[in-house]
Ligand binder design. Sequence first.
Ligand SMILES: Cc1cc2nc3c(=O)[nH]c(=O)nc-3n(C[C@H](O)[C@H](O)[C@H](O)COP(=O)(O)O)c2cc1C
Length: 298
Amino acid sequence: MEYTRSSDANIITEQYMDSILIEERLIDSVVADTSIEFLGEKFASPIMTPAFSHLGNYNGREHTGLEEYSIAAKECNILNFCGMMENDQFKKIADTGAKTVRIVKPYADNGKVKDQMQYAESVGAFGIGMDIDHIFGHEGLDVVVGEKMAEQTMDMLRSYVELTKLPFVVKGVLSVLDAVKCAEIGAKAIIISHHHGRLPYAVPPMMILPEIKDALKDTDVKIIVDCGIATGADVFKALALGADAAAVGRSMLPSLEKNGSEGVTEFIRYTANELRYIMSFTGFSKVDEINDSVLHYL
Ligand SMILES: Cc1cc2nc3c(=O)[nH]c(=O)nc-3n(C[C@H](O)[C@H](O)[C@H](O)COP(=O)(O)O)c2cc1C
């Protein structure tokens, strides 16, 4: 079905992000430090990789695109994510040594959900999680590459939290209601996301972020934002609005296709440098000092 108006949340999200402007605070400012502590680990920056799946071997390279960007995440010392895959593929990602959060699909086969989560823990994952925004499809429950998905209740999510000792991350939160439920079930982090526009007219993650941040202020749930994050300025705006970190996504694909892990390493470093530049320009020397007092809206 073709829509006659643009209900595309990717476009709406980009337009919203571009309407956020940044003021300068230069006097007494110093060169900023982009490092963060996240769920007990130190990382070089709050930029994270996306929970991707189904990336083949570009240009006949030895590793799949998923392994290539995981190698880059390790090289850059940032938190790595991956999505739908079988256990043997995850093992290869774990073997890169990147600290990786394994996002498992909401499979109808609940045994498969639990098996993938427990396997991830057994091979050294940093965290586990689920993309709850892949439950529903146009004809009812979603079917992803031939695999059926299922509704997820709070009890089911709580059972995943209790399954392993790893931090549990819920991906695809786009309301205060779901964010509060995530805190209640014991999730350690959420990813505010519309999964590159699955829901028509989905609210831009950065638009709803301040409300979610406020609702979670008395919890220790960490907030990551994704969708349309392509530059250090996008990451800065997410942090200023209350996120702890931001994940790049399709913006890293051209670098990945062209130069594999080296291309992604270069892209992540460039983006982190841009973040440091904007932090220095706005008088924030550390990531956790950044706030929305420097933001203006068109
Ligand atoms: C090729 C591709 C595969 C993806 N696979 C998954 C997946 O398996 N699990 C998941 O949670 N998200 C998956 N995503 C969604 C991304 O993690 C991310 O939420 C989305 O692309 C929005 O970010 P972006 O606008 O920066 O691309 C995938 C996205 C792409 C482009």
